[in-house]
Design a protein around this ligand. Structure first.
Ligand SMILES: Nc1nc2c(ncn2[C@@H]2O[C@H](COP(=O)(O)OP(=O)(O)OP(=O)(O)O)[C@@H](O)[C@H]2O)c(=O)[nH]1
Ligand SMILES: [Mg+2]
Length: 346
């Protein structure tokens, strides 16, 4: 009888040993932690700095943020997949004099004016190149998520070279039949217009929208264009783009160009693979390019009311503030107040 018990006991022990071995081979405790892996390391209350190239985003980022310690970055890299790691490598090397190729992640403690009650917020400096559009939408929609975004700062270079190429005539109305949506403004304004057209369609889907600060930078320059002029130029250009899209349903007029610009000036072979997976989530719930454009048309039509309606920033749910300043001369107090306002009122 004792012998049988002994045999049964050794079978049981052998079985338990087998189970332990299996558990260790399949990744041990790490395998159990899968639920916490679902969350992106960027999933936290955030402010995003974005906008055209060379406008001063990285310069502003370094004025406001305490950059992450290398330890934190290492921890994040450990948490990320290999692909994401490759995309983000080199961010520590960024300086303000070089056009950024990777986003910067740091922390800003707000409100700035009352440090005693201030709390940390993630601050993201996103490079201006449109070719990062799909990665950008993935970051704001899937990683950080819209509900975590407390505000978006669009840094704009106010020097007149960007704003007066050709004649930017505010009276030029849409519907001229031209296929170029922004023929009267410079190339930079055209890019910014497309960027806003696509970005606002994402942020306005959140209830009450997301508040924007248009940080009209480089006010120290002698040819700096006044804030109200920049606001009205953008309104006119976005309005043209909207009407162009509505009136030219079957023609290509450049909206998908945000997708096409992905390849512009970049080397297609590597980017095709790298950004391929991002494009599905970027352009919106698996719909094809046609479906995406149709959605955008419907969205903008709902903002301007009817096809005769005119676009103004006031028609958006989010607050759109245009404030001038200069990172170089450290005149950023108006922008700092905007940041404080966003956290005090929420
Ligand atoms: N005159 C003037 N120059 C500025 C100001 N702010 C930034 N700059 C300069 O503008 C250039 C671009 O600044 P960055 O901060 O690197 O620009 P960015 O927006 O990060 O550009 P990308 O990373 O290419 O998207 C740098 O040479 C800065 O010194 C400003 O307020 N006035
Ligand atoms: Mg930069």
């Amino acid at each position: 009888m004792d012998k049988v018990l002994l045999i049964l006991l050794s079978i049981l022990i052998g079985f338990i040993l087998l189970l332990i071995q299996f558990f260790l081979q399949s990744g041990g405790l790490n395998a159990i932690k899968f639920s916490s892996k679902n969350k992106s390391p960027y999933y936290k209350p955030s402010f995003i700095i974005c906008g055209p190239n060379n406008s001063g985003k990285t310069a502003l980022f370094y004025r406001l943020a305490t950059a992450e310690s290398s330890e934190q970055q290492q921890q994040q890299e450990d948490d990320e997949g290999e692909e994401e790691q490759d995309q983000k490598k080199g961010r520590a090397k960024i300086t303000t004099t070089v056009s950024s190729i990777e986003p910067n992640f740091g922390t800003v403690t707000l409100p700035i004016t009352t440090p005693s009650i201030s709390k940390p917020f993630q601050l993201v400096d996103y490079p201006g190149h449109l070719k990062y559009w799909n990665l950008f939408t993935k970051l704001i929609k899937n990683d950080i998520t819209l509900s975590n975004i407390k505000g978006i700062v669009v840094v704009i270079d106010s020097s007149s070279a960007n704003w007066t190429k050709g004649s930017t005539n505010a009276n030029t109305k849409s519907g001229s039949g031209s296929t170029s949506a922004t023929s009267s403004a410079g190339a930079e304004v055209e890019k910014l217009t497309k960027f806003l057209y696509n970005l606002l369609a994402i942020t306005e889907r959140k209830q009450n929208g997301i508040d924007f600060l248009f940080a009209v930078n480089k006010s120290d320059l002698f040819d700096s264009v006044p804030t109200h002029k920049i606001r009205s130029t953008l309104e006119v250009e976005i309005d043209k783009l909207i009407h162009n899209e509505i009136n030219n349903v079957d023609k290509t007029s450049g909206i998908d160009a945000i997708g096409e610009d992905v390849d512009e000036g970049a080397n297609d072979g590597s980017n095709g693979g790298e950004y391929g997976s991002g494009s599905g989530s970027g352009a919106g719930s698996g719909a094809g390019a046609g479906g995406y454009r149709e959605n955008m048309r419907e969205f903008w039509l709902s903002i301007i009311g009817s096809s005769e309606g005119q676009f103004t920033f006031d028609k958006l749910e989010g607050n759109m503030d245009f404030l001038s300043g200069s990172v170089l001369k450290n005149k950023i107090d108006k922008w700092e107040s905007w940041f404080d306002e966003k956290v005090v009122n929420s």
